[in-house]
Ligand binder design. Structure first.
Ligand code: M6R
Length: 624
């Protein structure tokens, strides 16, 4: 996730763009840049680091022009650095572009563009798009004549080239492009990444979200996937990707600017909960099909020879990432790959049983968690190969690991991990399926069964999120309880732990997560009417056992809140039923987590807790 903004009008573009970037910084903050066009020339400033540095650079060396674009980056391809910062330029330095999203086929496009003589200056996936536009302009026929230029010929060539370029790219994008030869337009397009147009008086904007220009206009047009905006200072035209003109209606935004950064949500946590369909989609997209393609080799340099002598997988992680690791154990072992999971902070002694046949997976949203980094170092000393699952390009973990598999969730601002967890789970499914196929543990046919269901998950997530109000009602009813017990079995047992962690962390309510079968070995003693039991009871080979555990809790006066699906609900008696879409048992953690996040969120809201910054906690724990 990155933030993009474009301005075209009569005033100094850089003032609007820097102001807009400050509002977009929550979308990424590892590097940033700005470009303007003035008198047929482009000016460009880029820095590694936050928007404040860019502002200083522009103050020291101002840039003129009433049209410009800017970007704040959350790296996905290529480390955070000045060279990798947007905007990116073509070879001639005349066209400039900002991008939010991922170009999945960038490697093959780059190969062709290199052969055609293009010179690349960054490691990003984005840069192919600008060279592609340049290429299409160069090959436009007929070449420009003076009369064409006078009649707006450059604009039509630019538009045609832009259209052709986006037809060639696969993945997700929100783009804004300017060409110094036609400084009266910004071209912008959207596919699977947000983009909104702001309509001002004698000036217009494009941006990743309305917060970027809310100070200047509240009249906006939201672009949909597959749409292009051709933006002038006094008018905007909209097209589909085939170039057919389309009508769009504007809306007036009533949010204040802090709400706008949060996409209209009250907290980043709630916004991030609602971004989870994209987290799953972005993390699995292009990585599963077709399985025969050696995707892991291509993407992270890992192939069969790297895992053929693997004796077991060892996972290390902390907090929510550790819960993702626990789910991973069930997934890998379902595919007959032995897997151990440890808190990174408890790994010290375990590292003694690590050797060169251990494949260690470290999971960390931030990639900076001190305990996880320490565990990785110890494992490496013992000869293990290390794969990092992380959301943060260029983080310390990525530098220490042998292989890095990114989750593509965008920055997670709320301290409570939500969308990063779903991204981690998605990454685990992708890796486990590939490992199982490479190691001949499952057939392609079996793998396809999981793949086919996994690609349905983003739709199920959206469907579930659209029913958040039902979960809010349950939370409202249970906001005064001081204790909760979360239970489940098998692959959803870690989700019980995660549900308990969320409510402790943001609502300061005592909660325990327990394996349902273990209740009778102790915890059942604390069950009474003031201890609601939340049971994750979706369809499972152990559903009847779980139903029995629920009866035991009910018999001791506990209220039961059950997470069920259409299949399991016939087995379950409960005070409250929350139904989630039905999927394969192995994939059900991806859905079952969501009601627990929403439940914790509304309880914390009712208790007026500081949800995005809970007391005593930090987003990234860099001490041991
Ligand atoms: O950045 P990491 O994934 O390594 O962070 C690990 C934990 O600190 C983190 O998951 C923490 O438990 C969250 N606040 C939980 O919501």
């Amino acid at each position: 996730m990155c933030g993009i903004i474009g301005y075209i009008g009569e005033k100094k573009a850089s003032d609007f763009l820097i102001e807009g970037l400050k509002r977009l910084e929550y979308r990424g903050y590892d590097s940033c840049g700005i470009a303007t066009a003035d008198s047929g020339k482009l000016s460009l400033r880029r820095v590694s680091g936050r928007v404040g540095f860019l502002e200083e650079a522009v103050e020291k060396k101002p840039i003129n022009g009433a049209v410009g674009i800017a970007h704040t980056r959350w790296a996905t391809h290529g480390i955070p650095s000045e060279d990798n910062a947007h905007p990116h330029t073509d070879c001639a330095g005349e066209i400039v572009l900002v991008h939010n999203g991922i170009i999945e086929n960038y490697a093959e496009l780059k190969e062709k563009l290199l052969v055609a003589g293009h010179k690349f200056k960054s490691e990003t996936d984005t840069e192919v798009v600008i060279h592609l536009i340049e290429d299409k302009i160069k090959s436009s026929n007929p070449p420009f004549s003076t009369s064409e230029v006078e009649n707006g010929g450059f604009e039509s060539v630019f538009f045609a080239a832009f259209k052709k370029a986006i037809a060639d790219i696969e993945g997700s994008f929100a783009l804004a492009v300017i060409w110094s030869k036609c400084p009266d337009i910004i071209l912008s397009a959207r596919l699977h990444s947000p983009l909104v147009v702001g309509i001002g008086k004698d000036e217009n904007f494009v941006a990743s979200d309305v917060s970027a220009f809310l100070k200047f206009t509240r009249k906006v047009v939201f672009l949909e996937d597959g749409e292009i905006a051709l933006v002038r200072k006094n008018s905007i035209e909209y097209f589909d990707f085939a170039g057919k003109a389309i009508e769009k209606n504007s809306v007036d935004i009533k949010w204040d600017s802090s709400m706008a950064e949060k996409g209209g949500y009250k907290h980043f946590m709630l916004k991030e909960i609602h971004e989870q369909a994209e987290s799953v989609e972005n993390t699995i997209r292009g990585r599963l099909l077709p399985l025969e393609k050696d995707i892991l080799k291509k993407e992270i340099g890992l192939d069969f020879k790297d895992i053929k002598s693997l004796s077991h997988v060892q996972i290390v992680a902390c907090g929510t990432a550790y819960h993702a690791g626990l789910v991973a154990k069930y997934i890998f072992e379902n595919f007959k790959i032995p897997t151990y999971v440890d808190f990174a902070s408890e790994f010290s002694d375990r590292s003694k049983i690590i050797d060169k046949n251990t494949f260690l997976i470290a999971i960390s949203q931030s990639g900076e968690t001190a305990d996880t980094l320490c565990a990785v170092r110890e494992a490496k000393e013992s000869g293990a190969k290390v794969l990092a699952i992380t959301n943060t390009v260029g983080s310390s973990l990525t530098r220490e690991a042998d292989y890095v598999f990114y989750t593509h969730c965008g920055p997670e601002i709320g301290v409570a991990s939500t969308k990063a967890f779903l991204g981690q789970l998605s990454a685990i499914y992708v890796l486990a399926i590939h490992f199982a196929v490479m190691l001949n543990k499952i057939s392609y046919i079996e793998a396809e069964k999981y793949v086919k269901e996994l690609i349905k998950i983003p739709r199920f997530v959206k469907e579930l999120l659209s029913r958040s109000d039902e979960i809010k009602k349950v939370a409202d009813k249970y906001s005064d309880y001081e204790h909760f017990l979360f239970i489940s079995r098998y692959v959803n047992f870690p989700i019980a732990l995660e549900g308990a962690l969320k409510i402790k962390e943001i609502a300061y309510v005592h909660a325990e997560g327990y394996a349902a079968g273990e209740m009778k070995h102790g915890p059942i003693a604390i069950i009474e009417k003031n201890m609601p039991v939340i049971c994750i009871a979706t369809n499972s080979k152990v559903i009847k056992l779980l139903a029995g555990n629920i009866e035991e809790a009910m018999a001791r006066g506990a209220k039961i809140i059950a997470i069920v699906d259409e299949e399991s609900k016939k087995h379950i008696k409960a005070s409250e039923i929350i139904e989630v879409p039905k999927t394969l048992e192995m994939l059900s953690p991806l859905l079952n987590t969501i009601p627990l996040q929403i439940f914790a969120y509304y309880i914390a809201l009712n208790k007026k807790c500081d949800i995005d910054k809970p007391r005593n906690l930090a987003k990234s724990v860099t001490v041991r």
